[in-house]
Design a protein around this ligand. Structure first.
Ligand code: DGI
Ligand code: FE
Ligand code: FE
Length: 195
């Protein structure tokens, strides 16, 4: 499919306030550099990063309706609203812009929660979201440092920080996030075995 990048950028920018757009540009830049560093597909990384928060600023009611009516994962409704925009966003960019690359759609869909068996593209987008230059949270510099050499270790540290935060706030944790984090540790062990 031939992509109209200018149109996608304008449309994405139009979904969100300025601050979120700046974050998006940071994720794009970071995802491209991670793709180059770790042998990922830089064009897919750019596209998934550009679109990853497409629905972030949409109203909660609208997201809930889409999750119910379009047959998205209703389990999400039991967990924090912050998780919803990722699934709704993947649905929306397919519907509104004909994005049909399943790898790109999955990277958008799982950029918040993670999943078991995260593809390289999933890992790149999810980590870029944690460490883009505009991010500032306790421990972000440690994750940036890890990301210079080890993608899985850095992303595990990212999930650990999210899980800690949710524990501190007494919030529910989507089981898939814990499973994603455990699976990254498995992957790292396997990589180490391979030399
Ligand atoms: O959309 P962004 O703010 O750029 O980042 P994101 O899509 O990674 O959303 C992160 C937020 O989601 C963060 O504030 C924590 C919140 N959250 C709530 N419940 C969960 C969760 N994140 C994960 N990974 N798992 C949860 O169960
Ligand atoms: Fe997000
Ligand atoms: Fe984001």
């Amino acid at each position: 499919m031939k992509l109209d990048w200018d149109k996608l950028r304008e449309a994405t920018k139009g979904q969100m306030p300025e601050k979120r757009w700046k974050h998006t540009l940071g994720v794009v830049e970071t995802a491209i550099s991670l793709a180059n560093r770790f042998g990922g597909n830089a064009e897919k990384a750019e596209l998934a990063a550009l679109l990853h928060d497409y629905s972030k600023a949409w109203q909660t009611d609208r997201m809930e309706r889409i999750i119910r009516e379009e047959g998205l994962s209703e389990e999400l409704l039991y967990f924090d609203k912050e998780l919803w925009h990722a699934h709704v966003g993947a649905w929306a960019v397919e519907k509104e812009h004909g994005i049909d690359d399943p790898e790109v759609l999955d990277a958008i869909r799982y950029h918040t929660s993670g999943r078991v068996g995260m593809t390289l593209l999933d890992r790149i987008v999810c980590l870029a979201d944690y460490i883009e230059p505009g991010r500032d949270f306790p421990g972000v510099n440690k994750i940036r440092k890890l990301a210079e050499h080890q993608l899985e270790e850095a992303l595990t540290a990212g999930f650990d920080s999210t899980i800690s935060l949710l524990l501190e706030k007494g919030k529910r944790i989507l089981p898939l996030t814990v499973m994603a984090r455990n699976d990254l540790i498995r992957l790292r062990k396997e990589q180490n075995k391979g030399g």
